[in-house]
Design a protein around this ligand. Structure first.
Ligand SMILES: Cc1cc2nc3c(=O)[nH]c(=O)nc-3n(C[C@H](O)[C@H](O)[C@H](O)COP(=O)(O)O)c2cc1C
Length: 224
């Protein structure tokens, strides 16, 4: 692997939501994440803190999540809002469309709320990925530093793509802040941003055939 152009990696990366059980070596994850920390951050604060689950730790976490899901399928009180409370246009439609496209691939009709809820719980199982990372930041950090987390995560996802490894960033973990912090042993000053599922795509899974749209460049880029 390697030698993938940045352009190709950007095009090839997509969110994968069904993984094969094939393991990913800790050495590869350690190498990719270490290199991802070359991402820029304002003032070089490097406000990220990562915890990796793999092998035995993933098995223990998955078992814990099954217990938690049985007790409390809706999760814990989130510590931040994933979306603004009332999305306006054009964001509302964009969000609606990606959801519809995903459920169409899954063959789940709009009215089948139960099937949708069941599907959502796949998030809580990292979509079957053998490995994952949790990204935290210090609670004192604000909007600029949260954007730094995104830069590091996209750098990591592109480097994983270069290794032929697939990912899904997951804000859904905002519904399990206590469980995640407790499991990884995060000190109280750290706040969970998201999870990152890491593994090899199940090429046969219909959900992985979803290719998301983007707004036309002219809608979001203005030259003066
Ligand atoms: C920070 C972040 C959090 C996300 N959280 C979730 C999530 O919890 N569950 C999920 O299925 N997808 C999640 N996604 C994936 C987005 O839905 C996806 O990036 C978007 O639809 C574009 O598709 P693509 O990644 O395949 O290009 C997240 C993406 C980002 C950047």
């Amino acid at each position: 692997m390697g030698e993938l152009s940045v352009s190709k990696a950007v095009l090839r990366r997509k969110s994968v939501r069904a993984f094969r059980p094939a393991p990913v070596a800790n050495e590869i994850i350690a190498d990719v994440l270490a290199r991802a920390t070359r991402a820029p951050s304002g003032g070089n604060l490097q406000p990220w803190r990562l915890f990796v689950l793999n092998g035995d730790s993933m098995a223990r976490f998955t078992a814990l999540m099954e217990t938690r899901l049985a007790e409390n399928p809706l999760g814990e009180p989130p510590q931040y809002e994933v979306y603004p409370p009332s999305l306006k246009e054009p964001y509302r439609t964009r969000r609606f469309e990606v959801g519809e496209a995903m459920y169409a691939h899954l063959g789940i009709p709009r009215a089948d709320k139960f099937a949708r809820l069941q599907w959502l719980q796949n998030n809580d199982r990292f979509f079957g990925a053998p490995a994952a990372a949790f990204c935290f930041t210090d609670r004192i950090m604000g909007l600029p530093q949260w954007s730094d987390l995104g830069m590091m995560l996209q750098t990591a996802m592109l480097l994983f793509t270069e290794q032929g490894i697939d990912t899904c960033p997951q804000e859904s973990w905002s519904r399990w802040p206590q469980t995640v912090a407790g499991f990884v042993g995060a000190p109280p000053e750290l706040m969970l941003f998201c999870g990152l599922a890491i593994g090899y795509a199940d090429a046969g899974a219909a959900v992985n055939r979803l290719v998301t749209a983007r707004a036309a460049a002219a809608e979001v880029i203005t030259f003066l």
